[in-house]
Design a protein around this ligand. Structure first.
Ligand code: ZN
Length: 233
């Protein structure tokens, strides 16, 4: 680890996980709440009605993000636990077979047979389950999935994103909601996309263009539908 720190480049992969989740949560919050507000406002609702729709959208969205994240992280962690339990049983029932299996994995990656066996034996002497989890199952850190934290984090980041267009409903006159909420939300989306890309070491322009395009599409669609229903009903 200390040796790796001397490496002059910066690697971003380890930071992508939580950062991606946070940026995606805030993106979702902005896009869905701003679209909802723009759609309801385009249907010539009063400021109060727009506000109620926006608050309901924030709560519903945050809960749905939390539920989705909880289910997805839990099932991922269940699968990993089941895989590890099976591996643990195999290791205690048939250690010789497992040593051969790990040896073969290293041979296939290009290590000589004799050296591969030596590596497999030494790794298994230290911690057989961790060695098999990493090189056979591809699980690098055992039991790191935290469904409740993941659920709360996505609900929180969604709410932060959703609060932005919602606060604008409080300060803007009803007639100005559609153009100003859409423009400001696209601005925030672009900024968030740029921050996320910069922190993740990705192409800033491409990330910004992508998120702005989808945000604009979402708001144009709901504004169109709101307008349609507003004139029909
Ligand atoms: Zn194994």
């Amino acid at each position: 680890m200390s040796r790796l720190r001397l490496h002059p480049e910066n690697h971003f992969v380890s930071r992508i996980g939580w950062l991606r989740a946070a940026v995606l949560g805030a993106n979702d919050g902005i896009i869905s709440t701003a679209s909802l507000i723009v759609g309801v406002a385009a249907a010539t609702a009063t400021q109060n009605e727009v506000l109620i729709a926006g608050v309901a959208g924030l709560v519903a969205g945050a809960m749905s993000m939390a539920a989705g994240e909880y289910v997805s992280v839990s099932s991922q962690s269940d699968t990993e636990k089941a895989d590890l339990a099976r591996e643990r049983a195999e290791l205690s029932e048939n250690p010789a077979f497992e040593t051969n299996e790990l040896t073969e994995i290293y041979v296939q990656r290009g290590v000589d047979q004799a050296l591969a066996r030596q590596v497999a034996e030494q790794l298994m002497a230290k911690d057989a389950l961790t060695a098999h989890a990493r090189d056979e199952l591809g699980i690098s850190e055992i039991s790191t999935a935290r469904p409740v934290q993941a659920a709360m984090a996505s609900a929180a980041t969604f709410s932060v994103g959703a609060a932005m267009p919602l606060l604008m409903v409080l300060v803007l006159p009803a007639g100005a909601l559609v153009p100003i909420v859409s423009a400001a939300s696209l601005g925030f989306l672009a900024l968030l996309g740029a921050i996320g890309a910069k922190a993740g070491g990705a192409n800033v322009l491409r990330a910004t263009a992508r998120v702005t395009f989808w945000g604009a599409l979402a708001m144009a669609l709901t504004a169109g539908i709101g307008k349609l229903f507003g004139t029909v009903v």
